[in-house]
Design a protein around this ligand. Structure first.
Ligand code: DOR
Ligand code: ZN
Length: 432
């Protein structure tokens, strides 16, 4: 007898949609068949589509240190409501995740509260080489090459190179926030000094050229060290071109972008500028189109969210005091399903971008529906139309950049290792 059966539905199997029942034993997919088998619990998926649970490689769940914005419970509830069953959390918490002690403590906090599985990105500083050589239970390291929310910054190329060499030796992944600190600092001082205070000004304060220069630096250093490099939140056409060239040359480089750069531009704002202030900022429509195309074609491998909640009170501060970042973990799958319905994205590419590729990047036994894989699923209604609203969100910050946006495609249930999140007792685990 199986523990769980997902019956009467369709499933995304081997790159296409098929009718099949899925059976789960001890948290793993045990059988995929058209036959009826006995199971302890059955979920009727009639009219629904079973996808692998989505994996978000870039979230800020804010615990420890900023629990008033988000914590592991609220963040993971938001993830599960959006079909995301595994997240990778960033190190700009308080204390920063730059020592083994801080990493171990964060794992403990998360295991006590998270409803989804998780991994933690370790953080690189201009000095923590010894920690980097010895770190356990993390396989990826975040490099904040430009100042952003929090104090984590590594702006010394020699330090980055030294870390990259350690990562190469250890088979770990460098995860780069690639903007050029000098260019950002110079432009920010100039634009802020001019008295302008809106999102358009902010886009000039962190210009596309700074992202391109940042990526150039990251690529050159990784080419020299020979380590694996992942560039997060690609936002410009220039970065897309660099990425294409680097991939063609055989470099071990991957990249992601987020719903901000796929769906929001200076000429199409979904809400007021304070709320959309983010690092990097939303770009011009031309950049957005280039990023969207590169994503659909797979040049940009992955869609992640950079879920970066800040409270409404913080977002209502005078513009230059507003912290950068937008929430997103709950809306990425519906927004991408909506694109599938519009015909601009294939379901296969969606599954690759939020399931298969992130699983591969982090070496997880997740990301596809196949016997032996973790039984993580997002059960979706591809046809359901609904309107994204602040008040529907589970994130503690209580708002979404996509408030008022109508989408077709809804997440009905999320299942983690065979347990239905929200209906059964579920405990997220560290994947390493
Ligand atoms: O907009 C951003 N928000 N960009 C980052 O790099 C950090 C993030 C945050 O932690 O709020
Ligand atoms: Zn981030």
């Amino acid at each position: 007898m199986f523990d769980l059966a997902l019956i009467n539905g369709k499933a995304f199997l081997d790159g296409k949609v098929s009718e099949a029942n899925i059976y789960v034993s001890e948290g793993k997919i045990a059988k995929i068949a058209k036959t009826d088998e006995r199971a302890e619990k059955a979920i009727d998926c009639k009219g629904l589509l079973v996808l692998p649970g989505a994996i978000d490689s870039h979230v800020h769940f804010r615990e420890p240190g900023k629990e008033y914005k988000e914590d592991w419970r609220s963040g993971s509830e938001s993830a599960a409501a959006g079909g995301v069953t595994c997240v990778f959390d960033m190190p700009n918490t308080k204390p920063e995740t730059v020592t083994q002690k801080a990493l171990d403590e964060k794992i403990k906090l998360a295991e006590a509260k998270s409803l989804v599985d998780f991994g933690l990105h370790f953080g690189a500083t201009n000095t923590n080489y010894d920690e980097m050589r010895a770190v356990r239970r993390a396989k990826s390291v975040k490099f904040y090459m430009a100042s952003t929310t929090g104090d984590l910054l590594i702006n010394d190329d020699a330090a980055i190179l030294k870390h990259f060499r350690i990562l190469r030796e250890r088979g770990m992944l460098a995860f780069a926030h690639a903007e050029d600190e000098k260019m950002v600092k110079e432009a920010t001082a100039r634009i802020e000094g001019s008295g302008r205070a809106d999102l358009k000004a902010y886009a000039e304060a962190r210009p596309p050229e700074a992202a391109v220069r940042g990526m150039e630096t990251a690529l050159a250093l990784a080419a020299s060290a020979g380590n694996r490099l992942h560039v997060t939140h690609v936002s410009t056409a220039g970065e897309v071109e660099l990425l294409k060239k680097a991939k063609k040359s055989g470099m071990l480089v991957t990249a992601d972008t987020t719903p901000t750069y796929l769906f929001i531009s200076q000429s199409h704002l979904t809400r007021g500028g304070n709320y959309l202030k983010a690092n990097p900022p939303p770009r011009s429509e031309e950049h957005r189109r280039a990023v969207f195309k590169a994503f659909c074609e797979g040049v940009i491998d992955i869609a992640a969210t950079d879920h970066a909640p800040h409270t409404k009170a913080e977002k209502e501060l005078p513009f230059w005091d507003v912290p950068s970042g937008v929430p997103g973990v709950e809306t990425i799958v519906p927004l991408l399903l909506n694109e599938v319905n519009k015909g601009s994205l294939t379901l296969a590419r969606l599954a690759e971008a939020v399931c298969g590729k992130p699983a591969q990047l982090f070496g997880l036994n997740k990301g596809s529906i196949a016997v032996g894989k973790d039984a993580d699923f997002a059960v979706v209604d591809l046809k359901k139309e609904w309107v994204i609203r602040d008040e529907l969100m589970h994130t503690k910050c209580g708002w979404t950049p996509f408030d008022g946006v109508k989408v077709q495609g809804n997440v009905e249930k999320a299942i983690l290792r065979g347990k239905e999140i929200g209906a059964e007792k579920v405990a997220g685990k560290c994947v390493y």
